[in-house]
Design a protein. Structure first.
Length: 168
């Protein structure tokens, strides 16, 4: 069974003058395998785990270990590709993630993030591409995820009634 995305067929990387000094591809759904690989590599290269916060990612919750990678492994002048990081992070941790991203952007790092999270999409000056039948640039408040979340928060009772109906 092929578990790889076909998205790579639609992306063209172009070499620039400056190569990122650091980089990482982080995918929430394959994070367990990453944590296992780090533990195995640390047995071969003692001290490697210090680059990930100093303790096994398996000895932390999914969210805490994911955040540990963001805080300890990501550095300046990097290119970071994140696939649905919100799957591992609470809303509070998503907000903390925005702060960390901002620190790294000020240190000339770049991020490409696939997300459904209105919190993560809110990062200032980001370019939001909405991928449906085609790819279109959207303003934050135009995104379906923002509009749906806003509607739910502003009309919770009505939305719940629509979702589960009146059983009487």
């Amino acid at each position: 069974m092929d578990t790889h995305s076909e998205l790579y067929n639609n992306i063209k990387l172009i070499k620039g003058v400056k190569k990122p000094e650091n980089g990482f591809f982080l995918r929430a759904e394959s994070f367990y395998n990453l944590a296992t690989n780090i533990d195995e590599l640390d047995r071969e290269v003692p001290g490697l785990i210090s680059s990930y916060g100093g303790k096994s990612l398996h000895n932390q919750s999914h969210g805490e270990s994911f955040f540990s990678v963001l805080m300890n492994r990501f550095g300046s002048k990097g290119l970071y590709i994140l696939d649905e990081p919100e799957a591992a992070l609470s809303p509070a941790r998503q907000m903390a993630m925005i702060s960390r991203i901002h620190e790294l952007v000020k240190e000339r790092s770049q991020f490409i993030i696939a997300t459904h999270s209105p919190i993560i999409m809110a990062y200032p000056d980001s370019i939001i591409y909405e991928i449906k039948n085609n790819i279109e640039v959207r303003e934050y408040e135009e995104t379906e995820h923002y509009q749906l979340m806003k509607s739910f928060i502003n009309n919770t009772d009505k939305m719940i009634d629509i979702l589960i109906g009146d059983e009487d």
